[in-house]
Design a binder for this molecule. Sequence first.
Ligand SMILES: [Cu+2]
Length: 256
Amino acid sequence: MRLLLASLTAVFIAHAAPVVSPQRTTCTNKTQRKAWHSLTRNEKLDYINAEKCLMSTPAKLGLSGPRTVFDELQLFHVMQTPEIHFVGAFLPYHRFFMHAHEHLLRTLCNYTGAQPYWDEALDAGNFSASVILDPKTGFGGNGVGEGNCINDGPFKDYVNVIGPGQANTEHCIDRIVSDCMSEVGSKQIVDGCMQMQNFSTFWPCIEGGPHGAGHGGIGGQMLNVFSSPGDPIFYLHHTYLDKLWWDWQAQDLSAR
Ligand SMILES: [Cu+2]
């Protein structure tokens, strides 16, 4: 685990002034993460433009494969996949990963907002109608044709060079939206996870329920446990899971 965190921390150090301090400090400048549904049109466009900036910022770590900083983040996830899923580190690792992404948007791409999340319980069972898939103020719609490539929205022309899986090939961002698979993200299932009394039962509930619903409901690259950060929706999905974890922690902050 130490090695994993050390390598992800390398992203911070390589790209900007390190923000990880060994000392506990009081936060004076807080950011508020908000649900995508509640953002204004301009807030949505600011986020989308910042992500597009990350997708056009040249890679800096000298790794084989990534062309952009966006690709570098994706590759870190590919490399660390066996150690960060189906284990207790699942939620903490992805919390750090969301923070790294948010930090890079803010430091490399002049983004002044916070990392938004997708409140998936609002769309469970009906992902295909979600505002997240809007072609103008969202991430574009479902994949089409043989390769299930997205063919509208701000990310339709991105050439993904990491994935699928552990391969490195040039491909589109692909999706196979499944309303059926998104049903596991329902409020009822989320509420059930919130009732868990221990972290050891909470995290598998989240990973198997809402986590699976978001990946399976969008499909394509998002359904690939290794290379799913190739679809920018990944970051809104995992920030949502992080919020669920925070909501659970907040029920008993001193113990959790
Ligand atoms: Cu993951």
